[in-house]
Design a protein around this ligand. Structure first.
Ligand SMILES: Nc1ncnc2c1ncn2[C@@H]1O[C@H](COP(=O)(O)OP(=O)(O)OP(=O)(O)O)[C@@H](O)[C@H]1O
Length: 311
């Protein structure tokens, strides 16, 4: 669905050259949901803007939905949906009119656009709001409206730039439910950027971490955590020093032993069974699984959570 080869984009700013995207080669297969993560200024938006033809590459190539972004940007736009960071809808327009206008823009007849708008309003829980102005919608409704606009022409590929930023947790969960359903029903490929690690963790099958204009990791969340960050296990026991002697790599504290390990959930049952056989009573076992933020910290030396919070 997407193929880029050594994609680059530089900007000139006050005489200096900024390399916003530095040689990204990426493949996205049909039906995938890929989250692009990275701190502010990493190059995520620049990458997305090149893939959606809003910005030309300085060098390298990108094919989106089988079409070269430079040779045929109009062809690419026809096949993709793009939901940018701002609201796509005109604020004083009515919800239904806005959707129909979008459909007409892509060459749909009024009747087809109206039918499609009805389907999407139902799918995205916007029914009953036909005659309301976009400005009068709640934040969550507006964002779902943005997604509806992006889907009017039935694109096989949807780009979402920070779709849930600024939403409350319930509205986020709700939008995700809709995106998941649209994928299940229409097999839409989705590429999104987000600052919310928990969201990427829960929803994306694949996470592409971008930093300083480069892809520094590309895998599923579980694989990233196993590969780049440790879990931490805390066992409360009567004699920590004795137990530390039995568990390689652990250290004894006053009332517990602590241990760093990979794949903790898999290791834990065997470890507990071994301690039981050795006559050790474990009062409690707490496994702190590595988070994506731990992965990010291990890869970049920075916490994405802090960067995201500062944004
Ligand atoms: N039009 C431009 N002119 C000059 N520099 C730019 C321009 N657009 C982006 N940049 C620079 O390119 C780098 C990458 O920016 P980009 O917006 O792609 O990052 P990002 O990862 O999307 O950040 P954010 O999470 O804040 O949206 C930054 O250093 C930014 O200042």
């Amino acid at each position: 669905m997407i193929r880029t080869e050594d994609l680059r984009r530089t900007f000139r700013r006050r005489g200096a050259v900024v390399e916003a995207v530095r040689g990204i080669s990426l493949r996205v297969e049909p039906g995938e949901l890929v989250a692009v993560l990275g701190p502010n200024g990493a190059g995520k938006s620049t990458l997305l803007r090149m893939l959606t033809t809003l910005l030309g590459p300085t060098s390298g190539t990108a094919e989106v939905a089988g079409i070269d972004v430079v040779a045929d940007p109009t062809g690419v736009r026809r096949r993709i949906g793009y939901v940018g960071q701002g609201n796509a809808g005109g604020h004083n327009h009515r919800v239904l009119d806005e959707l129909i206008t979008q459909g007409s823009f892509y060459g749909q007849t009024r009747a087809t656009a109206r039918r499609r708008a009805g389907e999407l309003m139902e799918a995205l829980e916007l029914q009953g709001l036909d005659r309301r102005t976009v400005a009068s919608l709640s934040g969550g409704q507006k964002r779902r409206m943005d997604v509806a606009i992006g889907l009017m022409h039935r694109p096989g590929l949807l780009f979402l730039d920070e779709p849930t930023t600024g939403m409350d947790p319930q509205a986020r969960a709700n939008l995700w439910e809709h995106i998941t359903r649209l994928r299940e029903e229409h097999d839409t490929t989705v590429v999104l950027t987000t600052h919310y690690l928990d969201e990427a963790d829960a929803m994306a099958e694949r996470i592409v971490v971008v930093d300083h204009g480069e892809v520094i990791a590309d895998a599923g969340s579980a694989e990233l955590r196993t590969r780049h960050a440790d879990d931490r296990l805390v066992l409360h026991v009567d004699d920590p020093a004795a137990v530390a002697g039995l568990v390689e790599g652990s250290r004894a504290l006053a009332d517990r032993v602590e241990l760093r390990l990979t794949g903790g959930a898999r290791v834990l049952p065997g470890l507990l069974a071994r301690l039981h056989r050795a006559g050790v009573t474990v009062h409690s076992a707490h496994l702190h699984e590595a988070s994506l933020d731990d992965v990010f910290l291990a890869l970049t030396g920075r916490s994405l959570r802090e960067e995201g919070a500062a944004a």
